[in-house]
Design a binder for this molecule. Sequence first.
Ligand SMILES: NC(=O)c1ccc[n+]([C@@H]2O[C@H](COP(=O)([O-])OP(=O)(O)OC[C@H]3O[C@@H](n4cnc5c(N)ncnc54)[C@H](OP(=O)(O)O)[C@@H]3O)[C@@H](O)[C@H]2O)c1
Length: 247
Amino acid sequence: MKLIVAGATGFVGTELIRQALSHPGVTSVLALARRPTRVPQKTAPGADPSKLKSVVCDNFEDYPESVKKELSGADACVWLIAVTPSKVLTMPWEQVRTICYDYTVNGLETIAQLPRSSADRPLRFIYTSGAKTERDPSKKPWVVGGYSLMRGEAESFVLNYAKESKGAVEAAVARPGLIDAPGKMSMPMNVLATIGRSIIGLPKVDVSEVAATLIDQAINGIEKDTLLNDDLIRIGQKALTEQQKRQ
Ligand SMILES: NC(=O)c1ccc[n+]([C@@H]2O[C@H](COP(=O)([O-])OP(=O)(O)OC[C@H]3O[C@@H](n4cnc5c(N)ncnc54)[C@H](OP(=O)(O)O)[C@@H]3O)[C@@H](O)[C@H]2O)c1
């Protein structure tokens, strides 16, 4: 399968590409980002770096024809482009919304219209959101409420788009809590993060589990439309065990 990874240069994207390069179910990884995507440093045994194709896009609101051509033939897309909560205050709110919401809407609408490897197969679109996202506009969470509602709006758009596509698109929303990785945080930061997480009830998941789940759902099909943190751990651990057996 040809897999598009949108937001390939980020934290989750890098791990996802590392795993996808050694996954027999992925024939080609189209790494979509605003800057070139490189082969991750620590590739897994059996990785084939030639599967990676970096696709640089300079306009996520109106894709250049050359980018559309490069993305053609893909059967699945994992969407990771967003501004994470820790960076929200570094830019104007309208810009945050454009990147998180408008880019997602336009990305899905654009990719859904591209030719696929087989016209009979639906496009699988997996949108990565967050554990504290809220879809109900009448409920505003007390922590980063406006941001949570805006991400919820994007989730609803993706799921409704698939529902109304008459089978042309299958979609899922992944809702990880804090995504961790060995050595990501210093010990004091880890303690602070644990206290912060317990106050707001935010669960934790390892980046390898998130990436393994996203690849699994893209290749094997979507288990359910909303994958909660526990689902990401469960599906991810099973997929990682299978990966280890192959190596
Ligand atoms: N990290 C976590 O703990 C966590 C927890 C829960 C949910 N999530 C969600 O998981 C997804 C991926 O998160 P992540 O940690 O991988 O985020 P990240 O490291 O910040 O990566 C985000 C990706 O989006 C791209 N991007 C940001 N602004 C852009 C812009 N203006 N134009 C084009 N591309 C842009 C980044 O490109 P550049 O590399 O060029 O900046 C990068 O490829 C997000 O939806 C996030 O909300 C993350």
